[in-house]
Ligand binder design. Structure first.
Ligand SMILES: [Zn+2]
Length: 199
């Protein structure tokens, strides 16, 4: 005899597979939904379903978007000679929140990490170098995370890009070492943008 109905244990299992959610939180979320109006569960399920249906990657910058090219790439008001390279779409959000950056972006979808088998070929680096060949870009601002993988990625990119004769800068002071860009507050990130240094 099962103490917990299958529909309940199944949802607990699914929640447990999400990052940062342990079995305890998974149970709490499941029983919360069980007690809530049916409407709430259906809305959540629909939102999850639409995520994969509506969201695509921009074919230019590889940020997540509902239209291709994305709103930033289409925006004529953006400085087209400057590209900010980040690891994840959430980093774009963090930098946009500062309101201080007006260039374009390029999302790598990760960082170089030999331990995890992630090399340059697993990231959107080839596409970035391809973009730079247009000759329009004068500066690449590397905003990978200030940790081991982020630094390794920055060094690799700097070598590739400076050989194309393009200026390479890196986010500077203020960012906590070992931290994640997406969690940096807007003030810290603004300082880092202003204090970017030559690579
Ligand atoms: Zn784009």
């Amino acid at each position: 005899m099962r103490a917990i109905p299958e529909a309940v244990s199944r949802l607990i299992d699914e929640f447990s597979r999400l990052p940062g959610i342990g079995p305890k939180t998974a149970s709490r979320l499941t029983f919360y939904l069980l007690r809530s109006p049916k409407e709430q569960s259906l809305t959540l399920a629909e939102a999850i379903g639409q995520l994969k249906e509506r969201i695509i990657l921009c074919s230019v910058c590889f940020n997540i978007t509902e239209s291709n090219p994305c709103a930033v790439c289409q925006d004529e008001g953006r400085e087209r000679s400057l590209i900010c390279v980040v690891e994840e779409p959430l980093d774009v959000l963090a930098i946009e929140r500062t309101g201080e950056y007006h260039g374009l972006y390029h999302v790598l979808h990760g960082a170089i990490s030999p331990m995890d088998g992630i090399g340059p070929a697993e990231l959107r680096i080839r596409e970035l170098l391809e973009r730079l060949k247009s000759g329009l870009v004068k500066e690449v601002l590397i905003a990978t995370n200030p940790n081991l993988e982020g630094e390794a990625t920055a060094m690799y990119l700097a070598r590739q890009i400076t050989s194309l004769g393009i200026r390479v800068t890196r986010l500077a002071r203020g960012l906590p070492v070992g931290g994640d860009l997406e969690y940096a507050d807007a003030v810290t990130l603004t300082q880092a943008l202003e204090g970017r240094r030559e690579m």
